[in-house]
Design a protein around this ligand. Structure first.
Ligand code: NAP
Ligand code: GCO
Length: 264
């Protein structure tokens, strides 16, 4: 019997008050997991707790900046004491800055790398020892089309997400012998607050040029929704994927396979 259940597992999803993280945590709860999440401030955590409660999910929320190692270590210790040892980690928290590289400050570049790459390292490092002791663990890093492709204005984000793909492969390599699987989940273009600027209607009511571009680049001819990621995320968190390790599962509607629709 293939086991997709997450019954009795403790799942930590970072940055999961809303957006993709919220959808993944909700799917994990529906698969039987105890859901734990963090966000950058109490207001967001409270917003998330209320949203989970509305869905009948008793989530556990913590204020924690994933770039702050002391905060992360304290949060993991608190989770272990209050909920249980973390079985599943999803490194979801992330930001993007869309600035032409020659206009981007080093501080802006560093901030994106810090949250999108250093953060996943810090949180994974904090949960791996207990996973080693327990004899199993799942780490899922939220990668991106920009783990494979570049585009104008997202140099820091592409560097971070490219690095996150290789961090994923390295964790898989270093901890596979402890029955810890580390894989990436690579969303395509998903309709969340992070991509809202790329979908804003123009003054004349027409679609944003980037919106039309993505529709043409996606065989599914639509933006993804956070819910499109739920099934693949449950698969990667479940025992059904115990021999999948170091893989990035792209959930992109076919973008990476497609040259793009020819202009009429
Ligand atoms: P989002 O709507 O911007 O949500 C990101 C979440 O992470 C927010 O709750 C954010 O809190 C939190 N966060 C930011 N910095 C943090 C920090 N230092 N510590 C803790 N939490 C922090 O983004 P999303 O679209 O759901 O994306 C989630 C993940 O998927 C990101 O890693 C993103 O790069 C990736 N992704 C997104 C897409 C897409 O098309 N949307 C596609 C591929 C990959 P604040 O509200 O305070 O910022
Ligand atoms: C952008 C978008 C993308 C998506 C996602 C694609 O500006 O190109 O924000 O980076 O967020 O990462 O997979």
């Amino acid at each position: 019997m293939i086991n997709f259940s997450l019954e009795g597992k403790v799942a930590l999803v970072t940055g999961a008050s809303y957006g993709i993280g919220f959808a993944l945590a909700t799917a994990y709860a529906n698969a039987g997991a105890k859901v734990v999440f963090n966000d950058i401030n109490q207001e967001l955590v409270n917003k998330g707790l209320a949203a989970y409660k509305e869905l009948g999910i008793e989530a556990h929320g913590y204020v924690c900046d994933v770039t702050n190692e002391d905060q992360v270590n304290a949060m993991v210790a608190q989770i272990e004491a209050e909920v249980g040892v973390i079985d599943i980690l999803v490194n979801n928290a992330g930001i993007i800055k869309r600035v032409p590289m020659h206009e981007m400050s080093a501080a802006e570049f560093r901030q994106v790398i810090d949250i999108d790459l250093n953060g996943p390292f810090i949180v994974a490092k904090a949960v791996i020892p207990a996973m080693m002791k327990k004899g199993h663990g799942k780490i899922i890093n939220i990668c991106s089309m920009m783990s494979e492709l570049g585009r104008e204005t997202v140099s820091a984000y592409a560097a971070a997400k490219g690095g996150l793909k290789m961090l994923t492969r390295n964790i898989a390599s270093e901890y596979g012998e402890f029955n810890i699987q580390c894989n990436g989940l690579g969303p395509g273009y998903i309709a969340t607050p992070q991509t809202a600027p790329l979908r804003e209607l123009q003054a004349d009511g027409s679609r944003h040029p980037f919106d039309s571009f993505i529709i043409a680049k996606t065989p599914a001819a639509r933006w993804g929704t956070p819910e499109d990621l739920a099934g693949p995320a449950v698969f990667l968190a479940s025992e059904a994927s115990n021999f999948v390790n170091g893989h990035v599962l792209y959930v992109d509607g076919g973008i990476l396979a497609y040259i793009g629709k020819q202009p009429k």
